[in-house]
Every structure is written in C-alpha cells, then in structure tokens.
Design a protein around this ligand. Structure first.
Ligand code: OAD
Length: 230
C-alpha cells in the first residue's frame, strides 16, 4: 500500500483567516523574527513575546478548519495505505478538521513549556512574563513553540516517514525554512514522487515532480478526490 507523507505550512490555514508569515502584510512584515520568535528575544522582552503568542492563540482558538484541512482528514480515513501529516503550523486546525496523529514539528499554541526544566502543560489563554512553571516553579513558562535556532520536534520520526514515502506533498509552505524545506529532497532521494500545492511557486518549486497552483481550499480537495478515485 502506498504511503503518503504531507507537509503543510501557513498557506493551508490562510483561508481560515490566519495570516501567513511571508506573504505581503504577513506576520513577519508586522513583527521582527528576532523579537518574537527566538530564545534571545524571549530573554530580552518576555512580555512582548507572550503578548504576540496570546494574540495568535486567541485567533487560532476561534478559527475553523477549511475545505483543505477537511480533505486531508478524508484522505487519511479513506486511503488504503498510511497518510502522515507533518505540519509547521501551530494552530491545530488539522485536528479540528478530523486529522489524526499530526506531527507538530514547530510546536502548538495550546501548549506551554518551561524554559528551565522542560516540563510541558496546556497553556492558559493568556500567558504573562514571569509565569511560573507548575512543576519546578521557575518563572520561565513560555509558549511551546519552536523558535529560530531551536531544534524542531519529532525529527527522527519525520525522517523515518520520509524515507518510506511513496508520495510526498508540500502544501501552503514557502520552502524558506529548514529543515522542512529540505523534506522534498529527502523524499526524492528515497524514491518518492513529489508534488507541491501552493498559491504560487515556492523557493523549492524546481525540486518537485508535479506542481498545482491555486488556493488550498480548491487545489487540495481536487487532489484528494483524484487520489481517492485512483
Ligand atoms: P510562509 O508564510 O513562509 O509561506 C506561506 C505559503 O503559503 C506561501 O508560499 C504562499 O504563497 C502560500 N499561500 C498563501 N495563501 C495560500 C492559500 N490560500 N492556499 C495555498 N497556499 C497559500 O509560511 P510557512 O512556509 O508555513 O516558523 O513558514 C514556515 C515557518 O516560518 C513557520 O512555521 C514559522 C515561520 O517563521 C516558526 O515560527 C518557527
């Protein structure tokens, strides 16, 4: 049975009303990565970083999955082989859309992490600077988000899936952030077919066997319907 590995990025959640990072007016046009998405930024100004993620957590909490998230969940349920979803997104809309076993390589907004002892727990709606860890009581609670300079989660498991993939798809990601941007090469080296579904060509578009451009709510349900029709 064919194994499908799918990587998703901010573009799949754009039509759910969540902003992407690098499109015009995206999050990185409004905030400096160094300030809100690095351990150094958090050490410098934890209140600013907590406020940034509090706002994103509130937005994600009310966002609804769209037709693309739902199509991937349908594919997972109906495909005779395995369908693994790896996401760079921290919004959990895949799960809200019915997907299972999603690998969150960049963490989740609903999680809290102690920067001192590594304890993890469900994040409150609002986190403050100096928020105490419930395990070690150090005032170092932070969002459980992987920042620049930190190691993404589940990498061993993800590479294991990639080397066994028959089909690799990247959906709604700009191909600018590694290691995720390197997955297409890993999959290709392992003999997998590869397809990019994106609004416009990504930085790694030339590495894909097939490309489909358009909004995810159109391209993803179409692609899933074709796969399931055989
Ligand atoms: P980007 O903002 O870099 O890229 C979003 C991609 O989605 C672009 O290629 C857009 O063309 C595409 N896109 C936009 N709207 C779309 C739509 N309606 N349908 C389909 N595609 C659409 O986001 P990511 O690639 O996810 O990391 O960014 C990767 C990482 O960089 C993020 O996980 C985040 C960020 O810094 C951390 O914060 C650690």
């Amino acid at each position: 049975m064919e194994k499908i590995v799918i990587l998703t990025g901010a573009g799949i959640s754009a039509e759910s009303g969540l902003g992407t990072f690098r499109d015009a007016g995206g999050l990185w046009a409004q905030h400096r990565i160094e300030d809100v998405a690095t351990p150094e930024g958090f050490a410098r100004d934890p209140a600013l970083v907590q406020a940034f993620y509090n706002a994103r957590r509130a937005k994600a909490a009310t966002a609804r999955p769209n037709a693309a998230h739902e199509a991937l969940a349908r594919l997972q349920a109906a495909w005779p082989g395995e369908v693994v979803i790896v996401t760079q997104n921290v919004d959990e809309l895949h799960e809200k859309g019915g997907a299972q076993g999603v690998l969150h390589m960049h963490g989740i907004l609903s999680g809290a992490l102690c920067a001192t002892c590594g304890h993890r727990w469900p994040a409150p709606a609002e986190m403050a600077a100096g928020e105490p860890c419930p395990a070690c009581h150090a005032p170092t609670a932070r969002p459980d988000i992987v920042w620049f300079g930190e190691m993404p989660y589940d990498m061993d498991e993800i590479f294991e899936h990639l080397v066994n993939a028959d089909l690799f798809a990247a959906i709604g990601t700009s191909g600018q952030v590694y290691p995720a941007a390197g997955f297409v090469q890993e999959a290709t080296a392992a003999g997998s077919r590869t397809v990019e579904l994106n609004l416009e060509p990504s930085a790694t578009v030339s590495q894909f066997d097939e490309t489909r451009f358009g909004p995810a709510t159109q391209t993803v349900p179409e692609w899933v319907a074709e796969l399931l029709a055989g």
